[in-house]
Design a protein around this ligand. Structure first.
Ligand code: NDP
Length: 495
């Protein structure tokens, strides 16, 4: 076991008592009910911090603050260059506090420091910086029309946005949501996941330091059905942006119909990662590992259904299992750790439950299939490679959200595409081949919002991300996210 890094003094004080408060209208306040909840360290199961538990009353205060901050124009009508400067300042502050934020993320979520420090935190800063660029480029159009009139369009902010985020990339998901919303002039009430509220709360402090005006961003930690539900139902919220399970996404879709709020949903996945026998096999093995064990497999676009061409199948599965068995599982604060604990006891039970379901369905674990050995406490699951899986089995159809991959054989290109698409989901897919024409054909035939060819889990704030089918609707990132956070006004003037 390696030696865990020593914590930054600012991290120690942030997780210490008293309870962390919520940010409403520029002030850090306790919950109206006075209630708090605990957030745990997934590596130990011990309490990490106490956090104010927001519910309907707090959400109401936060929404009213966001409404005032929107309606008085201090944000939406700010000079674009000034709003841009503030978003750039947020990016700089995230970078300046990168070490501290990475440690906080690892403590709260469990993910390895290697990932939080090299992926989550820099990507969060880049996202704010990318959207800062758009603030000054939010153009409308002049429309050719009857010469007696002048018609032009304005791209205006939607208004007050309720943003509900999950626990797998806590700070990064906050950045994906806040970056475009703020760039377009909206105000926000953000509800972080109950398991991982800490980096969002620390981000709130950095937003204040950057100079974001009071009420523009309000951060209310709490539970889904109470705090999240209140946001979804609040009549003064114009838009809901949600990332999480398909089940809750469907509920939000239903619940927002009475107020016709705009909604964008980034939901679950069961992504096919397809390896043809003409692929660079070593690269494909590394890609398969990256595809499913990155972030302990707690990734919506994880390549959990690994389709391997029949003649390569057995050899590929064995090699993959050897690599998976060698991944170091442990406390995320240990710099050698590659696979940290799952986020919670509930998630641990869900994932180990699926391991048992898989075995009952007749799948064989070439490696893993149980709790990680030698780790008595915390929510550790051994990286697992299943073979003997049919695409119709539950482990091949339902989102597990842990370090578990099913390897399945396919006959030919048509069969790979058919099986790959045979799922309710459509978030992402991977293709491994040296044949350029085949890569193009398969990339087009797969019904998924992202297709990676000879790579996996590659992201850039400029590249859109989102789902087909029951993986949701709306595209985050890139210029596409601007459509989620603006509405178009058509102005006619008689000349
Ligand atoms: P949820 O979908 O329940 O949680 C995501 C967010 O939604 C959290 O902030 C949650 O709050 C909130 N929420 C929950 N219920 C409601 C509601 N009724 N109204 C408004 N907001 C709500 O995911 P879970 O944490 O329960 O994870 C379960 C499974 O979901 C995972 O195993 C995984 O399969 C999938 N998932 C997918 C993610 C993705 O990136 N697509 C991310 C996370 C999970 P709270 O934290 O209090 O529950």
């Amino acid at each position: 076991m390696g030696v865990a890094v020593s914590l930054e003094p600012s991290v120690k004080s942030f997780v210490g008592t008293p309870a962390r408060k919520m940010l409403i209208d520029g002030k850090w306040v306790a919950a109206a009910s006075g209630k708090t909840f605990d957030t745990l360290n997934p590596a130990t199961g011990e309490v990490l911090a106490h956090v104010a538990e927001g519910d309907q009353e707090d959400i109401d205060r936060a929404v009213k603050a966001a409404r005032r901050a929107f309606d008085d124009g201090k944000w939406a009508a700010m000079r674009p260059a000034e709003r841009q400067r503030l978003l750039l300042a947020i990016a700089d502050l995230i970078e300046r506090h990168g070490k501290e934020l990475a440690q906080l993320e690892t403590l709260d979520n469990g993910k390895s420091l290697n990932e939080s420090q090299n992926v989550d935190i820099p990507a969060a800063a880049e996202t704010f910086r990318y959207y800062a660029g758009w603030v000054t480029k939010n153009y409308g159009e002049t429309i050719p029309s009857d010469p007696a009139f002048f018609n032009f369009t304005l791209r205006e902010p939607v208004g007050v946005c309720g943003q509900i985020i999950p626990w797998n990339f806590p700070l990064l998901m906050a950045a994906w949501k806040l970056g475009p919303a703020l760039a377009c002039g909206n105000t926000v009430v953000l509800k972080p996941a109950e398991q991982t509220p800490l980096t969002a709360l620390r981000l709130g402090e950095l937003l204040q330091e950057a100079g974001i005006p009071d009420g523009v961003v309000n951060i209310v930690p709490g539970f889904g059905p109470t705090a999240g539900g209140a946001l979804v139902h609040h009549p003064q919220v114009d838009k809901i942006a949600f990332t999480g399970s398909t089940e809750v996404g469907k509920e939000i879709h239903r619940e927002t119909s009475s107020t016709l709020k705009r909604v964008s949903l980034e939901l679950g996945g069961k992504s096919p990662n397809i390896v043809f026998s003409d692929a660079d096999v070593e690269a494909a093995v590394q890609g398969a590992i990256m595809g499913v064990f990155f972030n302990q497999g707690e990734v919506c676009c994880a390549g959990t259904r690994l389709f391997v061409e029949q003649k390569l199948h057995d050899q590929f599965a064995d090699t993959l299992a050897k690599h998976a068995a060698s991944l170091k599982v442990g406390d995320g604060l240990d710099p050698e750790t590659r696979v940290g604990p799952l986020v919670s006891q509930e998630q641990y039970e869900r994932v180990t439950g699926y391991l048992e379901i898989g075995k009952k369905e007749g799948a064989k674990a070439l490696t893993g299939g149980a709790r990680a050995k030698g780790l008595e406490r915390g929510y550790f699951v051994a990286p697992t490679v299943f073979t003997g899986v049919k695409n119709s089995m539950r482990i091949a159809q339902e989102e597990i959200f842990g370090p578990v991959v099913s390897v399945l054989p396919f006959k030919d290109e048509n069969d790979a595409v058919f099986q790959g698409n045979n799922t309710l989901y459509g978030l992402a897919a991977g293709v491994w081949t040296r044949d350029v024409s085949k890569a193009h054909r398969v990339a087009r035939a797969l019904r998924a919002g992202t297709v990676w060819v000879n790579c996996y889990n590659v992201f850039d704030p400029a590249a859109p991300f989102g789902g087909y089918k029951q993986s949701g609707y709306g595209r985050e990132l890139g210029r596409y996210a601007l459509d989620l956070y603006t509405q178009v006004k058509s102005v006619w003037m008689r000349i």
